[in-house]
Structures are given as structure tokens and as C-alpha cells.
Design a protein around this ligand. Structure first.
Ligand code: HEM
Length: 195
């Protein structure tokens, strides 16, 4: 016999308890871990100066670029997976303005998970420092050089990458702030759907 149609708020047949599935949770928390590496390393690199051989700074570049590129790969896999596996709907009790804000923030974050690493990756190529040698992907996978160095283009790409970094901080602040708001003030179980 078929399972009865789900009728409670925030539920559908694929998410009978209103929770995100385990694959969605893995994608989410792996992205959180990688972002916790990519974002701070990106911001501090420019403050690392004064080394004779630049080894320490190169290590930061390698970690930042590898974490960032992995975010891109995970984001592509996640979006392709999500197209075939829609998330649970918003709980019916969620007011319309909150639904709109949540959907806009989520779309913004997805867009930045693609745009930010692509801009960073193209910038490294345009500066003439492709992910090879000391900045190889994961420390040992040399990636091909995708373009000839072009200082003007590199400057534009780096500028977009910098703006993207600040935009991501804003989006993440809204996202994490909303999670805390739902959990601590509204107590509506939203945070627990992803845990
Ligand atoms: C989602 C992934 C990524 C995030 C969140 C991120 C974030 C950032 C941030 C916040 C900065 C500092 C910008 C500034 O203060 O001017 C930065 C710098 C930088 N990023 Fe990324 N980035 C990501 C991916 C990548 C990738 C994939 C690459 C290259 C393959 C890359 C290469 C760089 C480079 C070369 C810098 C300049 C560092 C410097 O010399 O100051 N990033 N990134």
C-alpha cells in the first residue's frame, strides 16, 4: 500500500519528517567546512609579507585555492543533484516575507559558490600564476594554464573576487543570523532540518 500523502507543514512525500535528506546535509556541511578554510585564508594572504622565499605565503595560496576550487566542484555536484532531488518545502507556518528572504539568500549563496571560485581561478591564470608547482591543486595536481597572462584583465577579475568575498560575508551573516533567529527566537525547528 502507498504511504499516505504528507499533510503536515514543511513535509512532502520525499521528506516525511520535514528534514533535509542525508545527501543534502553532507553537501551543506562539507561546503561549510571548505568555506571556513577558503574565506579566512583569502582575507589574510595579503598580510603575509617579508619572507625571503615566500614559502609560507605560497602555502596559504595553495590551501586557499585548493579549498576554493573544491567548493566549486562540490557546488556543481550539489546543484546537479538538487535538480533531481528538490529540498523539503518551507514549513507552511513560515510567513511570506521570510520565505522570500530565505529563497533570495539561498539563491545568492548558490550563485556565489560558482562565481567566487571561478573568478579566483581565472584571476590566478590571468596574473600568470596558474595552479601549478607550489600552488598545484591539493598540493600535487598541476592544472593546465587556461590563458596568457594579462595584467588588465587580472586586475578586473581580482576586483570582482574581492567584492565577491565581502558579498559572501554579508550573505553568510544573513544566513547564519537567520538560522540563529529561527532556532533561538522563533523556535520553529528550521535549523534542525539541516542537522
Ligand atoms: C568559494 C571560494 C572562494 C572564496 C570564498 C574566496 C575568498 C577570497 C577572499 C575573501 C579573498 C580576499 C580578497 C581581498 O581581500 O582582496 C580572496 C583572495 C584571493 N583568492 Fe579567493 N576565494 C575563493 C576561491 C578562490 C579560488 C578557486 C582561487 C584560485 C584558484 C582563488 C584565488 C585567490 C587569490 C589569488 C587571492 C588574492 C590573495 C592575495 O594575494 O591577496 N580564490 N579570496
Amino acid at each position: 500500500m502507498d504511504a499516505p500523502a504528507a499533510t503536515l507543514p514543511g513535509q512532502d512525500a520525499a521528506h516525511p519528517d520535514g528534514q533535509y535528506g542525508s545527501t543534502a546535509k553532507w553537501f551543506h556541511w562539507i561546503t561549510v567546512g571548505l568555506m571556513a578554510i577558503a574565506l579566512p585564508t583569502g582575507f589574510v594572504i595579503k598580510f603575509i609579507t617579508g619572507e625571503a622565499d615566500g614559502a609560507y605565503k605560497m602555502g596559504f595560496y595553495a590551501i586557499h585555492e585548493s579549498a576554493g576550487l573544491t567548493i566549486l566542484l562540490v557546488a556543481i555536484a550539489r546543484i546537479l543533484w538538487k535538480l533531481r532531488n528538490p529540498p523539503p518545502p518551507h514549513p507552511a507556518t513560515l510567513p511570506a516575507p521570510m520565505r522570500i528572504a530565505a529563497t533570495a539568500t539561498h539563491h545568492g549563496l548558490y550563485a556565489m559558490l560558482i562565481i567566487q571560485p571561478v573568478m579566483g581561478f581565472l584571476a590566478t591564470n590571468a596574473w600568470g600564476f596558474p595552479m601549478q608547482g607550489r600552488t598545484a591543486y591539493l598540493g600535487f595536481i598541476d592544472l593546465p594554464k587556461f590563458m596568457e597572462a594579462s595584467v588588465g584583465f587580472a586586475g578586473v577579475l581580482s576586483w570582482i573576487h574581492t567584492i565577491g568575498g565581502y558579498l559572501l560575508v554579508l550573505l553568510l551573516a544573513a544566513h547564519i543570523g537567520a538560522a540563529i533567529f529561527h532556532h533561538a527566537l522563533r523556535r520553529d525547528g528550521t535549523l534542525m532540518r539541516m542537522i
